[in-house]
Design a protein around this ligand. Structure first.
Ligand SMILES: Cc1cc2nc3c(=O)[nH]c(=O)nc-3n(C[C@H](O)[C@H](O)[C@H](O)COP(=O)(O)O)c2cc1C
Length: 356
C-alpha cells in the first residue's frame, strides 16, 4: 500500500513517472499551500462524459454531485458523442474490429463539441474507460481534438478510470496525451471490477457482447458493484473542499489518503504482451481496410483464434512462471506498484472525513 508518499511533480508528470521518487507526504500541509479562496469567487469545473452502459456515467455523477450542490462551483459537463456511435452491446466482430484503432490511438472522430476552447476552467475531471489496453476511442479523440489543447493547457486534471482490471498501460498512454497538451495530472482514481480475474474473463465479454450483466455459473455480476460506485462520492466531497481552499493551484494531489487507487503491478507483464500483440496485429488489420471493412473480417477471426490459443496455452505457463519467479522480483513489483499508484496513492487515512 502506498501511504500518500509519491513523487514531487513538475508540470509534465508523465515524464517523471520512472524517475527516482522524491517522497512527499500528501496529508501534511504544503508550506506553499495556496491561501483559501474568497467565497465570492466561483470555481469552474469541466467534466467530460462518455459511457456506453452508463457505468462510468454513474461514477462521474457521484463525484460531480457534491460540486454541483456547492453554489461556489460551476460545473460544465461535456458529453462526448462519436460521429458514428459505437454499438452496445457489441456485435461480436464489431467488438474486435475496434481494437486496431484503439491500440494505435487512431480514434474515430467526435461530433462537434459544445466547447470552443476559449473557456477557462479551474479544474478538469476526466473519467475514462479502457478499450484494448488503451484509453477508449471517444476519450482519445477528445484529447487529440484541437479544442482540448486550448482548454487543457496548464490546467489541473483529475482522471477517473472504471474498467475490468487492466489499466496500467492505458494510463501511461493517457498521461502522454495529457503531457502533449500541457495539462497537469494531479490525481488519478481507479475503480476495477471486484470479481476474480479469471471470472471476469467470462463475465465481461458476456456483458459487453451479449448484454448479460448478471453473473452466471456461480460467477459474480460483471462490472463495478453498487457500493463501489456509491463510495466514489467521497472524491467529489474532497474536491469540493480542495477547490474552496484553492488547492487545485498547487502541485499536491487533492485526493491522497482516500484510497483512490490500488495498482496490481503483477498484471504489467500480461499488459505488455497484450499491447505488443494488439499493436502488431492492429497494424496488419488496418492495412487491410478501415473500421468495418469486410477485408478485415477474416483477419479479425484469425486473431480471435490466436487470442484463444494464447489464453489457453501461453497465459497459464506465463502465470505459473511469474508465480515461481515472484520472490526474485518482489522489490521491483513494490517499486512499480508505488509508481503506478501516483499521484493519489492507496492510503486511506482521510477516508473517514469524506465517507457519507
Ligand atoms: C471495446 C472494449 C474493450 C475493452 N478493453 C478493456 C481492457 O483492455 N481492459 C479493461 O480493464 N477493460 C476493458 N474494457 C471494459 C471497459 O473498460 C469498461 O469497464 C466497460 O466497457 C464499461 O464502460 P462503460 O461505462 O462505457 O459502459 C473494454 C470494453 C470495451 C467495450
Amino acid at each position: 500500500m502506498t501511504n500518500g508518499r509519491c513523487f514531487r511533480h513538475g508540470l509534465r508528470l508523465h515524464s517523471t513517472a520512472f524517475e527516482t521518487p522524491t517522497p512527499v507526504t500528501s496529508s501534511s500541509p504544503s508550506p506553499s499551500a495556496p491561501a483559501a479562496a474568497p467565497r465570492n469567487v466561483v470555481k469552474r469545473v469541466l467534466v467530460l462524459r462518455y459511457s456506453q452502459s452508463g457505468q462510468l456515467d454513474e461514477v462521474a455523477e457521484q463525484i460531480v454531485a457534491p460540486l454541483r450542490a456547492d453554489p461556489a462551483i460551476q460545473v460544465h459537463e461535456e458529453v462526448l458523442r462519436p460521429l458514428a456511435p459505437y454499438p452496445f452491446p457489441w456485435p461480436f466482430l464489431a467488438f474486435f474490429d475496434a481494437f486496431p484503432e484503439s491500440a494505435h490511438m487512431k480514434p474515430q472522430p467526435l461530433a462537434p463539441l459544445s466547447l470552443t476552447g476559449e473557456e477557462d476552467f479551474d479544474l478538469v475531471i476526466l473519467p475514462y474507460q479502457v478499450w484494448f489496453l488503451a484509453p477508449s476511442q471517444p476519450v482519445a479523440a477528445f484529447l487529440k481534438h484541437p479544442v482540448a489543447a486550448r482548454l487543457l493547457e496548464g490546467k489541473p486534471v483529475v482522471t477517473v478510470i472504471a474498467c475490468r482490471n487492466m489499466w496500467l498501460l492505458a494510463h501511461e498512454k493517457l498521461k502522454g496525451m495529457l503531457a502533449d497538451v500541457g495539462a497537469r495530472l494531479i490525481d488519478n482514481v481507479v475503480l476495477t471490477d471486484p470479481g476474480p480475474t479469471l471470472a471476469t474473463f467470462f463475465t465481461t465479454p458476456a456483458w459487453l457482447i451479449w448484454g448479460r450483466k448478471r453473473g452466471f455459473w456461480g460467477m459474480p455480476d460483471a462490472g463495478l458493484s453498487t457500493e463501489q460506485i456509491r463510495g466514489t462520492g467521497r472524491f467529489g466531497r474532497a474536491l469540493r473542499d480542495a477547490l474552496g481552499k484553492n488547492l487545485e493551484r498547487g502541485t499536491q494531489p487533492l485526493l491522497a489518503g482516500l484510497g483512490a487507487v490500488r495498482a496490481d503491478a503483477k498484471l504489467l507483464v500480461s499488459e505488455k504482451a497484450g499491447t505488443r500483440s494488439f499493436y502488431l496485429w492492429g497494424k496488419l488489420i488496418m492495412a487491410a481496410g478501415g473500421p468495418g471493412a469486410w477485408q478485415r473480417k477474416p483477419l479479425l477471426l484469425l486473431y480471435v483464434l490466436f487470442l484463444i490459443a494464447l489464453i489457453v496455452t501461453v497465459v497459464p505457463v506465463s502465470l505459473t512462471l511469474q508465480a515461481i519467479l515472484r520472490p526474485l522480483f518482489r522489490g521491483w513489483l513494490t517499486k512499480m506498484t508505488a509508481q503506478f499508484e501516483c499521484p493519489s496513492g492507496s492510503a486511506t487515512d482521510r477516508t473517514p472525513l469524506y465517507d457519507d
